[in-house]
Design a binder for this molecule. Sequence first.
Ligand SMILES: NC(=O)C1=CN([C@@H]2O[C@H](COP(=O)(O)OP(=O)(O)OC[C@H]3O[C@@H](n4cnc5c(N)ncnc54)[C@H](OP(=O)(O)O)[C@@H]3O)[C@@H](O)[C@H]2O)C=CC1
Ligand SMILES: O=C(O)[C@@H]1CCC=N1
Length: 267
Amino acid sequence: MKIAIIGCGNMGMAFARAFLKFDLVKKEDFLLVEKSEDRTEKLSSFQPGVITGVISPQISEYDLIILSVKPQDFLSVSESLREVITEKQVVLSIMAGITIQIIQNALNHKAVIRAMPNTPAMLGMGITAYSASPEVEMNQLRKVENLINATGRSVFLEDEEQLNAVTALSGSGPAYFFYVVKAMIEAGKKMGFEESVAALLVKQTMLGSFHLINTADKSLDELIKAVASKGGTTEAALRQFEAGGLDETLMDGIIAAQVRSRELSEG
Ligand SMILES: NC(=O)C1=CN([C@@H]2O[C@H](COP(=O)(O)OP(=O)(O)OC[C@H]3O[C@@H](n4cnc5c(N)ncnc54)[C@H](OP(=O)(O)O)[C@@H]3O)[C@@H](O)[C@H]2O)C=CC1
Ligand SMILES: O=C(O)[C@@H]1CCC=N1
């Protein structure tokens, strides 16, 4: 399969590397379109077939076109792409918020898959949800699903609107996790630890706790209860979190991300 990637930043290249790792695509079968000169310099070490700063008719030789520019850059990309895209090509967009309908209209092109991955895709440990327009043929969908699965796990959604919630939950989710880890490390520093020691304590705690979620035969409430001894230290912390409305704040934040994802489709 020959793949063109428009926007070769964090996510575009995470996808490209995952496809290569699983031998799904040959290096020479990539066309990388990147606007940033800094990024373009770094892309040469990837040794793709073509690196370019502009969308040209050459792109019509590629089976799949991945749109991985920021949503705000889509309009200008679509103006050049609609001139050269051909009917047999499939478009895979990972842009937050931009709907299949908007992409179809802007490109005057029917076969569009919209996906929402996350940054652990860089390690092949991502989760991607995706929806497709009815014009994407089953064999095309399967091929794209195989590519996505090189970046981690995937889930197909019949209802495209749910991708806004996915964006808020798992798309943005890694940042919430890093935010909590950072706050815990800061607390460790406040209590007198050097950053490296605080980071070791926190990171190993998060890793071990994650595995407990997956392997222990207990609900999250039971896992919390198993840590929080009556009248003990954990209870003191949890009381403070509740008083500050931490769980509500987290939920409100995630819903704000969903609202923002919907807004992005409005331009
Ligand atoms: N980061 C994440 O965790 C996730 C991101 N996404 C989505 O993925 C998309 C990309 O995100 P991310 O990789 O983080 O962004 P990046 O900014 O890292 O990458 C986008 C790249 O596209 C370049 N670009 C902009 N306009 C053009 C153009 N006309 N032609 C070619 N290249 C262009 C940008 O250059 P310049 O910097 O000069 O503008 C930049 O290098 C976004 O739409 C985002 O919503 C989805 C899931 C997770
Ligand atoms: O913050 C964003 O808009 C993108 C989408 C999900 C993660 N990053």
